[in-house]
Design a protein around this ligand. Structure first.
Ligand code: NBP
Length: 478
């Protein structure tokens, strides 16, 4: 046995991850259901480091130093179970199976429990950054036991992206499925970010009347400021791109139906179960879904909207600056919601996740990497029990300064008939959190009226019910 690590599943992610390990001086055993992929990898990239190609599961396991570290990089779902079932009987106590696929955290909890009973460490690991990240440095979010991280951490940290301060973008997130959970929320936040950026583009295009090329310039300008991020950077690239076949802006020749693979939807489904509002992510998932409903959109195409001219050139400039503020404030809200969701799951499952560390490891390697994340890291460093990012002094000041512009942008969007579900939901959340009284009091009254669901009072302890069909006298129920 000569290999420090093994990778099974050599499609794009697994191959790139294996090459990343090899380039960092680790000997990597490589295995794939279809052996031709294994030989192709070694033929094409064998010179990058030490690979041990294995055709059978037995040879693969025999190639690994003990305790064995075996990474699974296959299609998430049934294929992952199939691969676990194939390898688990060949492993010994103390060995580690690392699932680097995009597994649902509930599957990871189930697999971890089953393998723990056999003495095998199952490490559900979120890996972010797509194929390029896997090759050149991803953000890595391992769950599983503390003990497994001792044996695995240094290897993973060596291939992870490095943040600007040189820190590896990899940390032991917490036990069992903590890693896959935060990876899911990361993807949800990514959906929300993309939606907010899309809304900013739509406003600049259809209210300000900017061309895609001009919007690309605007985004480049924003990227030099507090919105500095990978997503803003690539947005400018996409908007500046011209379609070779037609000479038109690329964005105008792409069908306007956004697809999804499911991690955004999982985030929202899970948030509903946990009772944590992630309206920014939910609106982003729904916006993609609306875009894909051709039939609904065709049926509604003739509905009336407002008649509005583009803003004048001067107004458009000032409007663009306000859109930047609305985008920033909405982004703070969607990150605040995402972090609350992680905190809620951490409490629910006893994961004890370090919230600041999540921001720290997402500064590099992943799709939401941004200067902004360093601010979140500092906010949690200043107060590890911060109830919401909106309560951090720095964020509170910035969002407070942005709120006039934010309201004005949402108002303008409504007046012009441009849908901004992300901006609007974020603003509604902000206003709901800061409200002194919410109409939830009325909701409780209604619930008590039709279902005797009881209510609490502002002036006395206990639960109460009003006998609505009788004298309307009040009884204390608890
Ligand atoms: P795919 O998700 O396309 O999976 C292809 C791999 O799964 C091949 O190696 C294939 O083997 C293997 N496989 C399948 Br399919 N069924 C199998 C089975 N029953 N038994 C054994 N092997 C089986 O690969 P990918 O795009 O590289 O992604 C790998 C994982 O990484 C996924 O979970 C994905 O969600 C996750 N991920 C992807 C990205 C990304 O940007 N693509 C980013 C982050 C995470 P074969 O060659 O024999 O068909």
């Amino acid at each position: 046995a000569t290999a420090q690590i093994g990778v099974t599943g050599l499609a794009v992610m697994g191959s790139n991850l294996a090459r990343n390990f090899a380039r960092h001086g680790h000997t990597v055993a490589v295995h794939n259901r279809t052996y031709a992929k294994t030989t192709a990898l070694v033929e094409e990239h064998g010179r990058e480091g030490n690979f041990v190609p294995a055709e059978s599961a037995e040879d693969f396991v025999a190639a690994l130093e003990k305790p064995r570290r075996l990474i699974i990089m296959v299609k998430a779902g049934d294929p992952t179970d199939a691969v676990i079932d194939e390898f688990a009987p060949l492993l010994d106590e103390g060995d580690m199976i690392i699932d680097g696929g995009n597994a649902h955290f509930a599957d990871t909890r189930r697999r971890e429990k089953a393998l723990r009973e056999k003495g095998i460490h199952f490490v559900g690991t979120g890996i972010s950054g797509g194929e390029e990240g896997a090759l050149n440095g991803p953000a890595i979010m391992p769950g599983g036991s503390e003990e497994s991280y001792k044996a695995l951490g240094p290897l993973l940290e060596s291939i992870a992206a490095k943040a600007e301060d040189g820190a590896p973008c990899c940390v032991h997130v917490g036990p069992d499925a903590a890693g896959h959970f935060v990876k899911m929320v990361h993807n949800g936040i990514e959906y929300a970010d993309m939606q907010l950026i899309a809304e900013a583009y739509d406003l600049l295009r259809n209210v300000a009347g900017f061309t895609p090329a001009r919007i690309a310039e605007t985004f480049r300008g924003w990227n030099a400021g507090r919105l500095d991020s990978y997503l803003i950077e690539i947005t400018a690239e996409v908007l500046a791109h011209t379609d070779a076949a037609t000479g038109r802006p690329f964005v105008d020749v792409v069908a306007d139906e956004a697809e999804q693979k499911g991690t955004g939807r999982w985030t929202v489904q899970t948030a509903l179960d946990l009772g944590t509002p992630v309206s920014g992510i939910a609106e982003a998932v729904f916006a993609r879904s609306v875009s894909g409903h051709r039939d609904l959109r065709a049926a509604a195409r003739e509905l009336p909207g407002p008649r509005r001219e583009f803003l004048s050139a001067d107004e458009a400039e000032a409007f663009a600056a306000r859109v930047e503020e609305a985008l920033y404030a909405s982004k703070v809200v969607s990150y605040a919601q995402g972090w609350n969701m992680i905190a809620a799951a951490s409490a629910e499952y006893g994961w004890d996740i370090d919230l600041g560390a999540m921001a720290a490891i997402w500064r590099g390697g992943c799709i939401i990497r941004a200067a902004f994340l360093d601010r979140i890291r500092s906010a949690f460093a200043a107060d590890p029990a911060l109830p919401t990012l909106l309560a951090d002094k720095g964020f509170a000041e910035e969002v407070g300064r942005a709120q006039d512009a934010w309201r004005s942008v949402v108002t303008t969007a409504v007046a012009h008939g441009v849908p901004t579900p992300g901006f609007s939901a974020a603003l509604a959340y902000y206003d709901a959190l800061r409200a002194e009284r919410l109409p939830a009091a009325l909701t409780q009254g209604q619930r008590d009226f039709f279902g005797a669901h009881t209510y609490r009072r502002v002036d006395r302890e206990g639960s109460f019910h009003t006998r609505w069909s009788g004298e309307r006298d009040e009884e204390r129920t608890a």
